[in-house]
Ligand binder design. Structure first.
Ligand code: PGA
Length: 251
């Protein structure tokens, strides 16, 4: 399975800025991307179409959305359905990002519903999990990961194609803080996520990709990517500048 380098732009960039960044990234990366790697840009909803347009025809590039509502359509003011995302050209969506859980108040239950509905609707899903600093200090890392993974995958069919479901381990204390998890922390958490996937999916659990996220930068990317059970990275801050992100993708 290809290693995945995902750029989570969060609530940044106008349509013009998004188009410009995506085109610049293609220019910097095209022809240099190592075999077995793919790149995904996750812009805000309003910039999906310009990013899709900027990436058209570029092999190895995908577009994802940052959020989705688990209904086909209806009276859900402010929400966007899987069909709308597919229509805009997105093929993936993030679920369970820590900012959705801890700033917007999404529950494990809602994350599970979104994950299953997204997959059922034809999107690929990147399910994010991760502990808060207090939880880690209290020795609750595995308990938190197990709870979030079981709830997140509760209704996901066991025969889901491995390419369409990705897990992302993002310790909340490492997101946007500049404090990256140590290789030992990453190895331990990813091994546990892998163990959970094997328990839930059986042999195909070994094929699902597990991304690391949290203060990934050009100077730490290659070390992180080389770790066992790390199948890519989910990058926030360092993905906003095409030049900086290209150095991660090409690391
Ligand atoms: P960061 O964000 O790279 O800025 O720490 C990662 C994320 O939230 O996905």
């Amino acid at each position: 399975m290809n290693k995945l380098f995902a750029a989570n732009w969060k609530m940044h960039k106008t349509t013009a800025e998004a188009r410009q960044s995506a085109s610049e990234l293609v220019g910097l990366v095209s022809g240099k991307l190592k075999a077995g790697r793919e790149v995904m840009i996750l812009p805000p909803f309003t910039a999906l179409a310009p990013v899709v347009e900027a990436l058209r025809g570029s092999a190895g590039f995908l577009v994802g959305a940052q959020n989705v509502y688990p209904q086909k359509q209806g009276a859900f003011t402010g929400e966007v359905s899987p069909g709308m995302l597919l229509d805009a050209g997105a093929s993936f969506v993030l679920t369970g990002h820590s900012e959705r859980r801890h700033v917007l108040g999404e529950t494990d239950d809602l994350v599970g519903t979104k994950t299953a509905f997204g997959l059922e609707s034809g999107l690929g899903v990147i399910l994010c999990v991760g502990e808060k600093l207090g939880e880690r200090k209290a020795g609750e890392l595995k308990a938190v990961l197990e709870r979030q993974i079981r709830a997140g995958l509760r209704d996901v069919p066991k025969d889901t194609p491995p390419a369409r479901l990705v897990l992302a381990y993002e310790p909340v204390w490492a997101i946007g803080t500049g404090e990256v998890a140590s290789p030992k922390d990453i190895l331990e958490a990813h091994a546990f996520v892998r163990h959970m996937l094997a328990e839930i999916f059986g042999p195909s659990g070994s094929e699902l990709r597990i991304l690391y996220g949290g203060s990934v930068k050009p100077d730490n990317a290659s070390e992180i990517i080389a770790l066992d059970n790390v199948d890519g990275v989910l990058v926030g801050g360092a993905s906003l500048k095409a030049d900086e992100f290209s150095r991660i993708v090409l690391a």
